[in-house]
Design a protein. Structure first.
Length: 456
């Protein structure tokens, strides 16, 4: 499985990633909200300054009879309106839009008379034209003086306070986003650990469910230790396991009873043929009866192995393999073949039943003798930590047959009397020992079987 499939195929990883993304969005939203609030504070402060300035100019404005309008402010308050580059501005406009007076000719020249005449009521600015740091902000509102409807215009240059608030806003946004990166990684790791911890009952449920099967049909899931959300699933799995156990028990009982019922008539038939004074016209009948008896015995053996737990004792695989090879050597010689045996110097220990292990090895050797070429050798090797390897020099195993090789009754040599139960018995014995059967083709030709046991 590719790394991307392992990561994004995991619910825990996806939940952790989603939580981290949610945190990033939350942090970004908080930063934007705080920045928006700071911007509002900036605008509110500027608006209050303009309104205070307009109130101050309104109170200082004088319009006498036959005299030009004037604004009387103290010298210190008038200073920002004067000079070559004033920072404050006031102007008076009549109802027709004509400029009656301005605080500074320099400011009037800079902004343009037409611009001042066209300023709308309310607040406006020159940020688009002059930029944030050099902008002017204006407030235009009505002014009544001695029955005349005039328009008062006040303005201020961008102040250091505005620049400070903009700098704070920018630092807050960038700082929050930069801080969100390591915090996001921490949140991702923490959420991954939390999610993995939360999914621990699911993993335990999966492991408990994996133990249920033909090898251990009595296995059940302990529901009391599971969260409430998983107990319904555990109950359903236990109910299915109970039905599976009933079906397996019925099948094994039927197989054993059938084998017992067949074995007695076959034995009687074989005895009658042996005792008959008249030779039977079919000379192959005796061989057929022997093959049928062998098949029935294998069925009984397979049923016994599946139904009765094997004893658990410490076994040295070297001793078992040596005894089996010695017992089967005459059979190999009779067929024009041979056996070789090699073992490690150190003990190869496992736990189980020595006779069952010997039976499994004998079946594999018998299979090797059936397929190895005439005059060749079947090699048996005991390897550390607890492996028995059997290699022949036959034609190997076709890829199409490899997946079904251990299935009961599957054989490619039915015409030669093969029952398809020998390797199935091997698989059952290995399963009961907590081991496995590994099958592969050798580069130099032939098949290689490895019986891999658990170490003691």
């Amino acid at each position: 499985m590719r790394l991307s499939e392992r990561l994004f195929g995991s619910i825990g990883f996806r939940l952790s990633l989603q939580l981290s993304l949610l945190f990033v969005l939350f942090a970004a939203a908080c930063a934007l909200l705080i920045g928006y609030q700071l911007s509002n504070i900036d605008e509110t402060a500027r608006s209050l300054r303009l309104q205070r300035q307009a109130g101050e100019i309104s109170q200082a404005f004088r319009l006498g009879d036959g005299t030009s309008p004037a604004v009387h402010l103290p010298a210190d308050r008038m200073a920002p309106y004067q000079g070559d580059a004033p920072t404050f501005l006031y102007a008076l406009r009549d109802g027709a839009g004509n400029i009656i007076m301005t605080s500074s000719a320099a400011m009037q020249n800079r902004l343009g008379l037409q611009f001042i005449r066209q300023l709308p009521f309310g607040e406006t600015d020159t940020e688009g034209r002059d930029g944030l740091n050099n902008a002017f902000y204006f407030l235009v509102r009505p002014l009544s003086a001695k029955g005349e409807n005039l328009v008062l215009i006040v303005g201020q240059h961008s102040s250091p306070i505005d620049a400070l608030l903009r700098d704070v806003e920018w630092r807050l946004l960038t700082g929050t986003l930069l801080a969100a990166i390591p915090i996001c990684l921490i949140v991702f790791g923490a959420s991954l650990a939390i999610v993995r911890s939360g999914f621990a009952p699911v993993r335990r449920l999966s492991q408990a469910t994996d133990r249920i099967g033909p090898g251990d049909p009595e296995a059940r899931i302990a529901e009391a230790y599971l969260p409430v959300e998983l107990r319904g699933l555990a109950e359903a799995a236990n109910a299915a396991a109970g039905r599976l156990q009933q079906a397996i028990t019925s099948q094994r009982r039927f197989t054993a009873d059938t084998a017992h019922q067949l074995l007695t008539p076959l034995a009687l038939l074989s005895a009658r043929i042996e005792q008959s004074a008249v030779p039977h016209p079919d000379p192959g009948l005796r061989g057929d009866i022997m093959r049928m008896q062998n098949l029935v015995r294998q069925l009984l053996n397979l049923s016994r192995l599946a139904a009765v737990p094997l004893p658990q004792e410490k076994v040295d695989l070297r001793t078992v393999a040596k005894d089996v090879v010695a017992a089967m050597a005459p059979l190999a010689i009779a067929e024009g073949k041979s056996l070789s045996y090699e073992a490690s110097e150190a003990p190869c220990l496992t736990t189980g039943d020595a006779s069952a292990i010997g039976e499994a090895l004998a079946n594999v050797i018998r299979n090797g003798l059936r397929h190895t070429a005439l005059g060749t050798c079947v090699e048996i090797a005991v390897e550390l930590p607890a492996v028995i390897a059997v290699a022949d020099k036959g034609d190997g195993i076709a890829e199409a047959y490899r997946q079904r090789l251990l299935e009961p009754f599957f054989t490619t040599e039915a015409d030669k009397g093969g029952s398809g139960l020998g390797l199935a018995i091997v698989d059952e014995i290995m399963r009961q020992h907590g081991g496995a059967v590994e099958v592969e083709n050798r580069l130099e030709g032939g098949a290689l079987f490895r019986l891999r046991f658990k170490t003691a």
